[in-house]
Design a protein around this ligand. Structure first.
Ligand code: GUN
Length: 293
């Protein structure tokens, strides 16, 4: 039976640490971290994520602004909000919740955010810095994974990390973080994706398996080797009529069977998801404190 990597506990610790630091920043320097959030449309998952980000700001003593815009809003309106926040000195972080509706150019919107306020770490400048190993904003979910690995003292040096998924939000950045030559990484990295003729061939080789595909419970016990460390990034809604809300959340990993073979594993919920919000708060704090760029 595997050690459970407790994202609820670690994210609460990080938020507690940040709350103290925020108090000090406000008292010593008169700076209140400010985060602007922009949500377009009615996607239930996006609404819930933005709600929890707003709530975390309140808990930590941050200022937050939330713009909720209708699905048919035009691209210029979105860009105007970002422009306004780019030049607002009380705003230290700008986050546009993804995905955006098809008629809005996501890449253009991301690139309109000042790299100095890019707390999501999605701007090409932030990604370039991450790859080169320069200081910059690290995307929140990958940063959360690194933090969990670090706080649970999981060995990474020379280990084979297999990342399943190549999204800009998780797969690409976490793969690039894990081969960096530093204490928290120094791993050998494989990225695999839908074009792999036999996914299991790759996943079975993983010392650390990072699943970020968005397919419910696609990783089964037969897909991993004994003693693997499993980081499950999936947050998938599956229908469940036995629950009042009609669905439950599962990861990309079949937790019940895989935990019998793994040495450590993140649960869903209660794993990586909560870390994403904690790291967003950390990025916003660091931006306000002038610790990033
Ligand atoms: N959609 C899914 N994950 C994220 C995230 O970390 N940030 C933003 N902005 N949108 C997302």
């Amino acid at each position: 039976m595997a050690q459970i990597i407790d994202g609820k506990l670690i994210s609460a610790q990080i938020k507690e640490e940040l709350k103290l630091k925020t108090n000090k920043l406000i008292n010593d320097k008169g700076i209140t971290p400010g985060l602007a959030l922009l949500l377009v449309g009615d996607n239930p998952a996006s609404k819930s994520y933005v709600g929890s980000k707003e709530k975390s700001c309140a808990e930590l003593g941050f200022k937050s602004i939330v713009e909720r815009l209708p699905d048919d809003v035009n691209e210029n309106t979105v860009l105007e909000f970002i422009n306004k926040w780019n030049s607002d000195p009380t705003i230290h972080g700008i986050l546009v919740q993804l995905p955006l509706p098809k008629h809005i150019n996501e890449s253009k919107v991301i690139q309109s955010i000042s790299p100095k306020k890019d707390v999501d770490g999605f701007h090409p400048e932030s990604f370039g810095r991450l790859v080169i190993g320069l200081p910059g904003f690290v995307p929140c979910t990958p940063a959360g994974i690194v933090e969990l690995i670090k706080r649970y003292k999981i060995q990474t040096k020379g280990k084979h990390v297999v990342v399943v998924g190549r999204s800009n939000i998780v797969g690409k950045p976490i793969a690039n973080l894990m081969y960096q030559k530093n204490q928290d990484a120094n791993s050998i990295v494989t990225i695999c994706h839908t074009a792999a003729p036999d996914l299991r061939y790759y996943t079975k080789q993983a010392d650390i398996l990072i699943a970020a595909v968005g397919v419910p419970q696609i990783i089964k016990a037969d897909d991993v080797k004994d003693g693997v460390v499993v980081i499950d990034v999936g947050i998938n809604r599956v229908e469940d009529s036995s629950i009042e809300k009609g669905y439950r959340i599962v990861g990309d990993v079949d937790f019940d069977s895989v935990k019998e073979k793994a040495s450590s594993i993140t649960p869903v919920p209660g794993g990586v998801g909560l870390m994403t919000v904690a790291m967003l708060m950390q990025n916003t704090y660091k931006s306000a404190a002038g610790e990033v760029l």
